[in-house]
Design a binder for this molecule. Structure first.
Ligand code: HEM
Length: 403
């Protein structure tokens, strides 16, 4: 892990609504005591990948079988669908093992999480889309991996695929036989395994990475990304004063715990509580955030995609909102242009918008309709992407970004 100085870690952590620890080396430290497994052992998650999946996918890639697998996967969409015919026998055997929820999954909690997602949907589009999406570009390993993998050259399609995941996770029937999320997770897990095999073959990626081991997407990396998604969103909703019951908090975490399991993260790394998640986040995410040329480019491309729709606000406003969500430090790293007038509108207007919307204040701010059009516009942008004929299924890559 790279080291940031202590003040920078504290400032960033506070700005992002993530807890910070004064001495990250003494925090979580990978005791599994606060994990789902609760076993109190210590393993380094950056040295754990996906033993059940990686050799299988490497062999499928080497044997040229992935295009046929992707074709067969076209008809495999619902959790309740039978496994597609015509897959290689070893892949079918593997999927028979993993295409199921963990024994500790609690359907009542997952159903509660689905209702919570529905109630929070406007905020979730904004926070996952403009918050987590842009935050991923200041997570150096993730930014480099995404940039130099095949999808890095086609960010619109990649963003649409990533949205497929978020949409399937947040759907009311996400974990039911009619939902898609278990299947989507399995396709994502296989995609990650392919990236682990392919990316080390990219001379461009090898030239820029500072990884010693040259194997991307470890369990530690996936946890970092989880904190940029689930833990970040949870922290922001809380900091905005939105009412969330204890049962809803627990359910939202449970949904993410199951999601991490389905991506191949070991149970002894998955935080058992929000307190443990925040502590882990302070240890794994906040200290590693930094700009990279790849991340700056990706952020520019991602914000350019948002620009394509009319959200009723200026581009300057959109970029200031990203700054507002992620801190000026992150905004400066990404070279997001300033618009100080929009910023003061956001700083004054957003808390009152949220308070009015949530019934916490009877006073409707004069900027209500502007903020409303903004959040609704973002929601429509993502929803159209997820449900229109341009719905983009996740496919396993067979190469890297062309030189
Ligand atoms: C692909 C989700 C963690 C790097 C994907 C895809 C999804 C996804 C849905 C398929 C879409 C696509 O092919 O573009 C997630 C989630 C994560 C996670 C939910 C954690 C909670 C990570 C991490 C890294 C990473 C930690 C790298 C450090 C990639 C790359 C691709 C990919 C390089 C393939 C892009 C391509 O070439 O097509 N991920 N991911 N992901 N992910 Fe992740």
């Amino acid at each position: 892990m790279q080291n940031l100085n202590r003040r920078r870690v504290l400032t960033l952590g506070a700005a992002l609504g993530l807890a910070t620890v004064t001495d990250p080396t003494k925090a979580w430290a990978w005791s599994s005591a606060n994990s789902i497994a609760g076993t109190d052992t210590i393993t380094d998650p950056w040295k754990v990948w996906d033993d059940a999946t990686d050799p299988l996918v490497a062999a499928l890639l080497e044997n040229g079988q992935i295009p046929a697998v992707n074709t067969a996967f076209d008809s495999w969409v619902n959790n309740g669908d039978p496994l597609p015919a015509g897959l290689p026998a070893n892949l079918t055997a593997y999927l028979q093992q993993v295409n199921t929820l963990p024994s500790w999954a609690d359907q009542a909690k997952l159903a509660r999480a689905a209702q919570f997602n529905k109630r929070m949907s406007m905020y979730l589009f904004l926070l996952y889309g403009l918050g987590s999406g842009i935050m991923s570009t200041v997570i150096p390993r993730e930014a480099r991996n995404v940039y130099w993998s095949a999808g890095g050259a086609e960010m619109q399609s990649r963003a649409a695929k990533t949205f497929t995941y978020g949409y399937d996770l947040s759907a009311l029937d996400a974990f039911q036989p009619t939902g898609h999320f278990v299947v989507t997770s399995n396709k994502t897990r296989l995609t990650h395994a392919a990236v682990r095999h392919l990316l080390p073959q990219s001379p461009q990626w090898r030239a820029v990475t500072n990884d010693q081991d040259f194997i991307p997407i470890s369990n530690g990396d996936i946890l970092v990304t989880f904190h940029s998604l689930g833990t970040f969103v949870y922290g922001k909703l809380k900091s905005w004063g939105i009412r969330i019951s204890a049962a809803e908090e627990d359910a939202f975490l449970h949904m993410w715990q199951v999601a991490l399991h389905l991506l191949g993260v070991r149970d002894d790394f998955i935080p058992a509580s929000w307190a443990a998640a925040k502590q882990q986040s302070a240890y794994v995410l906040t200290p590693i955030m930094a700009p990279t040329p790849e991340g700056i480019n990706l952020a520019d491309v991602l914000l350019g995609l948002v620009k394509q729709v009319d959200l009723g606000v200026t581009q300057g406003f959109q970029r200031e909102f990203a700054r507002y969500l992620l801190s000026d430090k992150v905004g400066d790293w990404l070279k997001l242009p300033r618009d100080l007038v929009s910023r003061s509108v956001i700083e004054l207007g957003w808390p009152t918008y949220v308070a009015f919307r949530e019934g916490l204040s009877p006073i409707m701010p004069t900027t209500f309709s502007m903020f409303d059009q903004f959040v609704r516009g973002l929601a429509m942008l993502f929803l159209n992407n997820g449900t229109s004929p341009s719905y983009t299924p996740i496919t396993i890559p067979t190469g890297n970004r062309p030189a």
